[in-house]
Ligand binder design. Structure first.
Ligand code: ATP
Ligand code: MG
Length: 330
């Protein structure tokens, strides 16, 4: 039996280069070796987009197009729509009893997101508890590996804490602990240089952005504010253009030379940004072409079939969980 993988994305917008480098590339590599499930997490998207349900639904199609365009193969990977698997909600309810408000308060990613979204005291309870629903996602699909960006590490920890508590409490071993799979670039910075690139912060280059938008975003990138003239020595650390060159340029020796040149002075931001733009255009052109040829009807069929397959596994796990707790049917 192949080990299972569960990963997912919130359909809050089109996927971006952070997804590509942080998780999608790993998923493409791992899909032939493991039994991989990808969850399009529309329920989780609603925790902070409950006022835009139509957008979330439309983004399910867009995100799935992104998957296929980068090489996710629906014959190897099961793509699942979260809201169509009611067991996730049921399992979340059980798990909520095994987690304290203190634990939820201490989750550094949620803490940061609450601050970013300006919720203050008016934090939607569903949003606050989303790490618990993520634990339900992972364990319902009996996943042992979870390819994610590093903002998700606290969620993996929370999941494993629930798994240990559940197994101890109910004297069972039906739930498995899971392990994060991180890529070399597990947190791609946004073009503003402020935080990780995110769909909801508008600081990301989407995988599907047209060539002129990519160029425009590259030219908006934060560099070194003290590098005013090309002849000035510049800083590489904290410079977004170099972060992207590290992640996406196909010749890292060239990048090392560029860094040395930039540090000693004589390399202007415009030249540098043109180099980055060229490598991003090269990377994204074939992906865009593949994406443009995808048909929405085919996408819907893939989602339907993936969700149907996942529903069987969900029922199987749920039966084990209910049996372990001792919940009976009458
Ligand atoms: P939102 O702003 O709506 O939260 P997002 O851009 O953060 O969207 P998610 O759907 O929340 O994307 O995350 C999906 C997966 O992609 C997670 O595993 C997450 O860690 C990873 N990921 C997201 N952004 C980045 C990034 N900038 N670098 C590396 N991995 C990322
Ligand atoms: Mg996110």
């Amino acid at each position: 039996m192949k080990k299972k993988i569960l990963t997912g994305d919130r359909p809050t917008g089109k996927l971006h280069l952070g997804h590509y480098i942080g998780s999608l590339q790993n998923r493409v590599k791992l899909q032939s070796v493991y039994d991989q499930y990808i969850l399009v997490a529309d329920l989780q998207a609603l925790t902070d987009h409950f006022d835009h349900p139509a957008q979330v639904t439309q983004n399910i199609i867009e995100v799935t197009k992104d998957y296929l365009s980068v090489g996710i193969d629906p014959n190897q990977t099961t793509i699942v729509v979260q809201s169509q698997i009611p067991e996730i909600a049921a399992l979340t309810i059980y798990y909520l009893n095994l987690v304290t408000l203190g634990q939820l308060h201490r989750n550094p990613t949620v803490k940061y997101e609450i601050q970013q979204k300006g919720y203050d005291e008016a934090i939607p309870a569903g949003f606050f508890c989303y790490p618990v629903s993520q634990a339900a996602d992972i364990t319902l699909f009996q996943a042992e590996l979870v390819p994610v960006g590093d903002d998700q590490l606290p969620m993996i920890e929370q999941t494993n804490a629930i798994v240990r508590r559940f197994n101890r409490l109910y004297h069972t071993n039906v739930l498995k602990e899971c392990q994060a799979v991180l890529s070399k670039t597990s947190r791609l910075v946004g073009i503003d240089g402020q935080s990780k690139s995110s769909k909801s912060l508008g600081n990301a280059i989407a995988i599907s952005d047209p060539p002129e938008v990519i160029k425009q975003k590259v030219f908006q990138m934060y560099t070194d504010p003290n590098h005013i003239k090309a002849s000035d020595p510049g800083r590489v650390e904290g410079n977004v253009v170099f972060a992207y060159l590290d992640a996406f340029h196909n010749d890292q020796e060239v990048v090392a030379d560029l860094k040395a040149h930039y540090r000693r002075g004589g390399l202007g931001d415009v030249v540098l940004k043109n180099i980055l733009n060229d490598s991003l255009q090269l990377l994204l052109a074939p992906i865009r072409e593949k994406r443009n040829n995808l048909d929405a009807k085919v996408i819907k069929e893939i989602l339907h079939q993936g969700t149907e397959k996942a529903a069987h596994l969900a029922k199987e796990t749920m039966k084990m969980v209910r049996d372990a707790i001792g919940i009976q049917s009458f």
